[in-house]
Design a protein around this ligand. Structure first.
Ligand SMILES: CC/C=C\C/C=C\C/C=C\C/C=C\C/C=C\CCCC(=O)SCCNC(=O)CCNC(=O)[C@H](O)C(C)(C)COP(=O)(O)OP(=O)(O)OC[C@H]1O[C@@H](n2cnc3c(N)ncnc32)[C@H](O)[C@@H]1OP(=O)(O)O
Ligand SMILES: Cc1cc2nc3c(=O)[nH]c(=O)nc-3n(C[C@H](O)[C@H](O)[C@H](O)COP(=O)(O)OP(=O)(O)OC[C@H]3O[C@@H](n4cnc5c(N)ncnc54)[C@H](O)[C@@H]3O)c2cc1C
Length: 667
């Protein structure tokens, strides 16, 4: 079967890998990206970005100071949002951005991720008509300023206030304390001149909770901060260092009434407050990002898996048997066990990410028509997925990094930066432990609804089913039935954990604790139930994708799905065993099947990551290059280190040489 990545001059080990491929890599890539046309567009964009001199990097970003890297990123962003803007469709933008500027953020990241979505979904018609065309035309740059130095998770306790002044029909926006400063918002520090600012709405002394307001921060002509506004960058971070995460203090800044985002909640000129149709519609921008970050985080793991797999195919070290050449490290079972599950998980996350994006679009449609009934399910699912995927992705990228040995520790591998970006997702958009509890709240309701025989939405329909005996290992070689048996076992486990957590909670309440304290006593179990609910959704979503895939890729997807299921079950063995639903023999069976999967997938490993269709520029990894010629590239990369601009560094001349000289003269 063709792997279309084969080219003359490639590392022969990689070529051999590609020649053993049993499926059409283009078919799988087209399936992943939705169609042949999408795949072609993806390639076209990659090629055009590489050929555009405006995107050329004189030296790799890794060797730039933060200020220079921010500068280079801003320069490229201008090219994207002026020259390229009309050449790509909105849904192609993230790929263009990744390709042209990389993954560490760019001046318009929050403008796209949160400012525009907040205005789109929360501004009333008048404000939207005034501000959206300007924002969409990049006449202004905006961000989303919610988190404060003292509060990020607990939005109810945010301190920034928007007090309505009826006499002038204005809101007075104020930062009352040091820890009430907005702290962290992306692109707030230096790039944005506007922000959606989340404040406690105060009318006639009554606090009506967090609401969003459009605030101008900087002069449109000079970009200087406006009077009453203190704004700046919070300094370097683990990653995202081309993003100016910022701080902001507002000293009784007045804005017109109509700059409150009033599509859902409203304040009339006389100060009458009308609540929204759903209390949490003000939190919509967060749901937007959570729904979209699943896919983009799947892509981060895909990149790491591509780097580790390709490098492991060209890296030869040690021997499995005496005699013969050194082996490709990809032939070590431990290496396969480290990397192949990451390939499978990356596909699983990407598939789930696509499903949840569709679900988000449907929910938004409903809200536009005055129906918010799909929101609770979406909120539970996105909260769970966001938490599971970012954590799983972080672990996976770290496994990939370690699997590349010493070179994985170098920035040349691209893996440290990937890791830094990925784990940011464990914190932003709601800290993972907190978001899993949001999912758990929904599960607890689901358990009750199931007990009462009420109808359940698809993502929790399993709560209403009855468990049979686990059929894992008893399905006699039929792979389709084995997949079903495992999915049913996962359903049982997810149901059982939710019911157990619910009973533990109830027991504590019956024991005299208030609901909230009792909740805190069972949150580890609650979050466990949420994780398994989420992992069940991911498995089901992968299964749906497998069943709808064309026959040309069905077999390789089925192999990958088998590995995915076996790995997840072994990883969750404790949960499967705890209530005796599975026995030790069944776990041994799953492990045996997993080791078989590693062998089955080995010939297709490189081709599976080739189907992620990530260009060399986007991958930005010397180890993961498509042609596999890593050693020469590694040397060329290192030569660009600024420490190599001169043979004798001033640091050596000024300190080390005099020290050695002084010590020598003492002898
Ligand atoms: C063209 C394109 C070009 C370019 C590329 C595009 C994109 C850009 C590219 C890159 C961008 C990259 C990266 C972006 C990076 C970073 C962005 C990060 C931004 C942020 O971090 S913003 C700040 C996020 N902050 C949080 O998430 C805070 C978390 N806390 C909360 O959400 C809440 O405080 C809470 C939910 C934990 C608690 O809130 P509460 O106390 O008010 O509520 P309760 O717990 O009591 O719940 C009551 C009730 O409400 C339900 N609920 C809660 N939240 C929601 C919600 N969001 N939606 C719906 N329902 C919600 C909850 O379930 C309860 O329901 P119940 O029925 O009563 O049980
Ligand atoms: C890279 C990055 C980008 C960001 N971008 C933005 C942005 O654009 N706009 C913006 O407004 N914000 C942004 N943030 C802020 C981010 O959303 C918050 O940091 C995040 O929501 C967590 O809040 P916190 O910092 O208050 O953590 P805390 O709530 O202080 O968390 C600290 C610890 O306490 C635990 N904890 C807190 N509450 C509970 C609870 N109820 N139950 C159990 N444990 C709990 C947490 O799990 C965690 O372990 C960004 C953050 C990062 C890292």
């Amino acid at each position: 079967m063709p792997n279309r990545c084969i080219r003359p001059g490639d590392n022969p080990d990689l070529t051999k890998e590609r020649e053993t491929c049993t499926f059409d890599t283009d078919e799988l890539a087209a399936n992943l990206y939705g169609s042949r046309r999408n795949l072609e567009r993806r390639r076209e964009i990659s090629q055009k970005v590489s050929a555009d001199p405006d995107f050329a990097d004189p030296i790799p970003h890794e060797f730039l100071s933060r200020e220079k890297a921010v500068d280079a990123t801003a320069k490229k962003s201008k090219v994207i949002f002026q020259k390229w803007k009309n050449l790509v469709k909105p849904e192609e933008m993230p790929h263009l951005v990744n390709e042209a500027v990389g993954i560490q953020g760019f001046p318009l990241a929050l403008h796209h991720a949160m400012f525009l979505p907040s205005l789109n979904s929360q501004a009333d018609d008048d404000l939207a008509a005034e501000i959206l065309p300007r924002a969409k035309a990049y006449e202004i740059i905006g961000t989303y300023a919610q988190t404060e130095m003292g509060h990020g998770t607990n939005l109810r306790e945010l301190e920034t206030t928007a007090t309505y002044d009826k006499t002038t029909q204005e809101f007075v926006i104020n930062t009352p304390t040091r820890k009430a400063m907005k702290w962290w918002p992306g692109n707030l520090g230096k790039m944005s001149n506007y922000a959606v600012v989340c404040c406690q709405l105060i009318i006639d002394g009554k606090n009506l909770g967090p609401h969003n307001f459009l605030v101008q921060l900087r002069c449109e002509k000079t970009h200087e901060p406006l009077p009453g506004i203190t704004v700046g960058d919070i300094g370097p971070k683990i990653a995202y260092n081309t993003t100016d995460n910022g701080f902001l203090a507002l000293d009784n800044v007045r804005i017109p009434r109509r700059q409150m985002l009033m599509k859902h909640a409203k304040v009339s000129p006389d100060g009458t407050y009308t609540p929204p149709i759903h209390a949490k519609l003000n939190y919509g921008a967060m749901v937007h990002v959570r729904a979209h970050m699943i896919y983009s985080h799947g892509h981060l793991l895909a990149r790491a898996a591509a780097v580790a797999t390709r490098y492991s195919a060209v890296r030869r070290q040690g021997r499995i048997e005496n005699g013969g050449p050194e082996v490709q490290i990809l032939d070590y079972q431990t290496q396969q066990h480290r990397i192949f599950p990451q390939i499978a998980r990356a596909y699983a996350i990407l598939f789930a990410g696509q499903e949840v994006r569709d679900q988000y679009a449907k929910t938004l449609e409903g809200i536009a028509n005055g129906q918010a009934d799909l929101l609770p399910d979406l909120h539970a699912l996105t909260s769970g997925l966001k938490s599971v995927v970012t954590f799983m992705g972080g672990l996976g990228i770290e496994q990939c990094r370690m699997s590349c040995g010493g070179h994985g520790y170098s920035d040349a591998s691209g893996l440290p930066k990937l890791y830094g970006v990925q784990i940011g997702g464990c914190t932003y958009e709601g800290e993972n432990m907190v978001m899993l509890q949001q999912t758990a709240r929904y599960l607890m309701k689901g358990v009750k609804w199931a007990e009462q025989g009420k109808s359940l939405s698809p993502s929790i329909a399993y709560l209403g089913k009855k468990s049979g005996k686990s059929l894992i290992g008893l399905k006699g070689g039929d792979i389709t039935r084995e997949h079903e048996a495992i999915l049913e076992t996962l359903e049982h486990t997810a149901r059982r954990l939710a019911i157990d957590a619910s009973q533990l909670w109830e027991k504590r309440i019956k024991g005299g604790e208030c609901k909230e304290r009792a909740w805190n006593g069972v949150t580890v179990e609650m979050n466990r139930a949420s994780r398994v609910y989420t992992r069940l959704f991911m498995a089901r979503s992968f299964h749906r994708r497998l069943l709808s895939s064309p026959s040309s890729i069905r077999s390789v997807l089925s192999d990958l799905f088998s590995l995915y299921l076996h790995y997840e079950c072994v990883d969750m063995a404790q949960h499967l065993l705890e209530d005796g639903h599975c026995n030790g023999g069944q776990i041994q069976y799953l492990k045996k099947r997993l080791y078989e999967d590693l062998t089955t997938l080995r010939p297709n490993a490189v081709s599976l990551v080739d189907s992620f269709e990530i260009s060399d520029r986007e991958l930005n990894s010397v180890l993961g290059r498509r042609d596999g010629n890593v050693y020469e590239a590694l040397f060329q990369w290192a030569k660009q280190s600024e420490l190599n601009y001169t043979d004798v560094l001033p640091a050596v001349k000024n300190y080390m040489m005099p020290m050695m000289e002084e010590n020598r003269s003492k002898l």
